[in-house]
Design a protein around this ligand. Structure first.
Ligand code: SAM
Ligand code: SF4
Length: 327
């Protein structure tokens, strides 16, 4: 018997984002500094058993329906398929966001272990620009990783692309063509003020509406009726597949938000932009019962705000960057 977990604004929380590591094999400019990242000591990172316990409580008590693994880069966590296998046993929609660089090695194992869906991040199709953005010469590996995900049977494979004004905003059409050719769904995500070096400005955001109209002018689009998912879906009128746009800045989807997050070191957050969090690891390692864990989860959800205020003077940047929260 599950009881829905309802926040103070009447939204039912049913989606858990789990960061399985703070480490990463890339250093994307909009996410991490080039040098000087200090990683959490392994002892501070939640074990697979601890992660599974939190997930189980969320699913069994509150009927959570989806879990997404993220990071840092989730695939650098050793034995990731074992965690996937444990979480798949909970019977929820299990997804992962990855930079894709090592998917050639892992995609089939992850699929076999019970991963349902995969999103691969890719912000440029030009090798030099890709290297400037990620500080890694790995475009070929990521493209091969996308192929590996398709071959492993993930369907549809989604590719997340953050367009930044003056950096890669001239690639919208190239991405559309890439998606049509490879049979993957490109999701354009607006640049958010969660970059490690604080370079974000409103002027650097490429609005989702602009991306839609740029692509529509070349490959006509029509909207797909969608539920509460943040991605607004559009399909090509000629049947060439679809794209998604995530207008997290220009048109926040906070009103339908159903998410909470668990960081790699066990901090429980009620929003990507939250400026406070609950130390669930202390409860887990302090001998807390499932009731204690659930009480901490409920208390944090009880503090969930109506929404972020990016673009307004009241907006306060969280201390953590995207890789530390788990995007
Ligand atoms: N390493 C994995 C990856 O890159 O897909 C998972 C973690 S990453 C933090 C999750 C997603 O957040 C990626 O799609 C990345 O492009 C996105 N991201 C990181 N920093 C961002 C920012 N400042 N604004 C918008 N998206 C961002
Ligand atoms: Fe790593 Fe993903 Fe951040 Fe890039 S966006 S540095 S791949 S965690």
């Amino acid at each position: 018997m599950t009881t829905p977990l309802v926040d103070p604004h009447g939204r039912v929380v049913r989606d858990l984002r789990i960061s399985v590591t703070d480490r990463c094999n890339f250093r994307c400019t909009y996410c991490m500094p080039e040098e000087g990242m200090t990683w959490l000591p392994r002892s501070e990172v939640l074990t697979f058993e601890e992660i599974e316990r939190v997930a189980r409580i969320c699913v069994e008590r509150y009927g959570f329906g989806s879990i997404r693994l993220t990071g840092g880069e989730p695939t650098v966590r050793a034995h990731l398929p074992l965690l996937v296998e444990k979480l798949a046993g909970l019977g929820v929609d299990l997804a992962m966001t990855t930079n894709g660089a090592t998917l050639r090695l892992l995609a089939a194992d992850l699929r076999r272990a019970g991963l349902n869906r995969v999103n691969i991040s890719l912000d440029s199709l030009r090798a030099e620009r890709f290297e400037a953005l990620t500080r890694r010469n790995a475009l070929a590996d990521v493209l091969d990783g996308i192929d590996a995900a398709v071959e492993a049977g993930f369907s549809p494979v989604k590719v997340n692309c953050v367009l930044i004004r003056g950096v890669n905003d001239d690639e919208a059409i190239a991405f559309a063509e890439f998606g049509r050719r490879r049979g993957v769904v490109i999701r354009f995500i607006e640049f958010m003020p969660l970059d490690a070096d604080g370079a974000w400005s409103a002027a650097s955001v490429v609005p989702a509406a602009e991306v839609v109209s740029t692509i529509d002018a070349v490959y006509p689009l029509e909207p797909v009726a969608s539920g509460s998912a943040p991605a607004e879906r559009w399909r090509y009128r000629d049947g060439g597949g679809e794209i998604g746009v995530i207008s997290s800045v220009t048109n926040s989807f906070c009103g339908t938000c159903d998410r909470v997050r668990l960081t790699a070191e066990g901090q429980f957050r009620n929003c990507l932009f939250a400026v406070r969090e609950t130390d669930l690891r202390a409860v887990l390692r302090g001998g807390g019962s499932d009731d204690d864990v659930a009480a901490a989860v409920e208390a944090e959800v009880g503090r969930k705000w109506a929404g972020h205020s990016i673009g307004q003077v009241t907006f306060v940047r969280p201390d953590r960057s995207m890789s530390q929260i788990g995007g």
